[in-house]
Design a binder for this molecule. Structure first.
Ligand code: GLU
Length: 417
């Protein structure tokens, strides 16, 4: 995996897109820089009575189009620059999706597998206490990300509501249904990844039915994407997680692989696999569709030369480095950028926020239909920009379209003081 700094990747992506727009140096700098970053050290009591200190961040990148919006991840690789990059990608993701939200992101440097549930609750509530003055239903609305889910969102909501002496479920999204969560939220990231892929196949006149698929990462986004694309008739022939990859010529049953991972902790050693794969072997398989669903920088320049997939739908944030992106562009691999492909998570978070504010809840069918429609509309909108403006890639098209939306909002607001 490459050591490319994700914040530098974001800045490069924005510079490239800005060269197609009429925008001043000062405006570009503003669009590449977070408005503010909270850095905090959480002192938390462990089960054995000792104190441990955890570094945590929340970056509020841009709020021109609405409240800052974005997840909170728990991972040993979290860093200030990673959180800044991820918060910036959220700005352009909400703008590409045309939902009225800005971008933010948070993270704690931690390997959550090393802590008990009670410790994780205290760590999460300590972070929620730090976040409370800066978040709010109209201010900044966190959500799940890598290694966080409904459980953590419920704790954060409860801490916030207790301190503020209110009920405000829309302060955070990705909650449990009984705590005000939305139907379809858990599946939303994986769903948008495959809906976008389905549209890309249509654009290329390729059939999803019978197509071969490789999925890197078998967390929430990866496994749901595998399940939904196989329901569309595709053959998921390779999957992996951090322990390694597996291959099956005749395709996996994604649900059975998920059950196996739930029991054993990983996908490797799955009994119905033909053979094991390394991470690089999985990414370079000759498949119709590759879904990177793990972390940033999974595909660097060197690996990009060996990619054989026709279409890549980015379920992860930032899985392709900018130099790798150039190689894939030259080799005519159609890359559906993360800021559209995995936008389902934040799009359904938006639906959750709308339902929370109205205290009126939608059916799963309605959520899925509205999500499908949003991705389809914005996918073809990007294709139009890509073709009409003769842009080099769908990623650049997504940044050109979304930068313009953020610029327009900023311009209407003006500067103050
Ligand atoms: N963490 C997800 C993302 O990277 C979802 C964010 C949200 O729902 O606000 O898009």
């Amino acid at each position: 995996m490459s050591e490319v700094n994700p914040y530098q990747s974001l800045r490069k992506q924005i510079d490239e897109a800005a060269s197609y727009l009429d925008v001043s140096e000062g405006q570009i700098e503003r669009l590449k820089t977070p408005e503010r970053v909270l850095e905090t050290n959480l002192s938390v009591e462990m089960d054995d009575g000792t104190i441990e200190v955890f570094r945590a961040y929340r970056s509020q990148f841009n709020g021109d189009r609405g409240p800052y919006k974005g997840g909170i991840r728990y991972h040993p690789q979290v860093s200030r620059d990673e959180v800044k990059a991820l918060s910036g990608w959220m700005v352009y993701k909400t703008a590409t999706s045309a939902i009225p939200l800005g971008g933010g992101k948070g993270g704690i440097i931690i390997d959550p597998s090393e802590y008990s549930e009670a410790e994780l609750e205290r760590i999460t509530r300590a972070f929620a206490k730090e976040l409370t003055p800066m978040i709010g239903v109209d201010r900044d609305v966190p959500a799940p990300d890598v290694n966080t889910g409904q459980r953590e969102m419920n704790w954060i909501k409860d801490t916030y509501e207790t301190i503020e002496n209110t009920t405000e479920p829309g302060v955070i999204t990705g909650k449990d249904i009984s705590s005000g969560g939305s139907e379809g939220r858990v599946e939303a990231t994986g769903r948008s990844t495959v809906v976008a892929a389905r549209e890309a196949f249509d654009y290329l006149d390729k059939d999803v039915d019978g197509a071969t698929v490789a999925v890197q990462g078998y967390g929430n986004a990866g496994w749901i994407a595998a399940k939904l694309i196989s329901e569309m008739g595709a053959n998921v022939v390779a999957v992996s997680d951090s322990s390694g990859g597996i291959y099956a010529e005749d395709a996996f049953d994604p649900v059975a692989v998920k059950d196996f991972k739930r029991e054993t902790g990983s996908v490797s050693d799955y009994p119905d696999a033909d053979r094991e794969l390394t991470n690089d072997e999985l990414l370079t398989l000759d498949v119709d569709l590759l879904i990177p669903a793990a972390l940033e920088n999974a595909i660097d320049e060197q690996l990009a030369h060996e990619i054989s997939a026709d279409v890549i739908s980015e379920a992860a944030n930032g899985p392709i480095t900018p130099n790798a992106d150039d190689v894939l562009r030259d080799e005519d691999v159609l890359v559906i950028p993360d800021i559209l492909a995995n936008a389902g998570g934040v799009i359904v978070s938006y639906f959750e926020w709308v339902q929370n504010r109205q205290r009126f809840y939608w059916s799963e069918e309605r959520v899925n239909e509205e999500l499908d429609e949003t991705i389809v509309n914005q996918f073809w909108n990007l294709i139009e920009a890509y073709e009409d403006r003769d842009l080099p890639s769908l990623r650049i098209a997504a940044y050109v379209v979304s930068l313009q939306r953020v610029l327009d909002a900023g311009e209407q607001a003006g500067t103050w003081p």
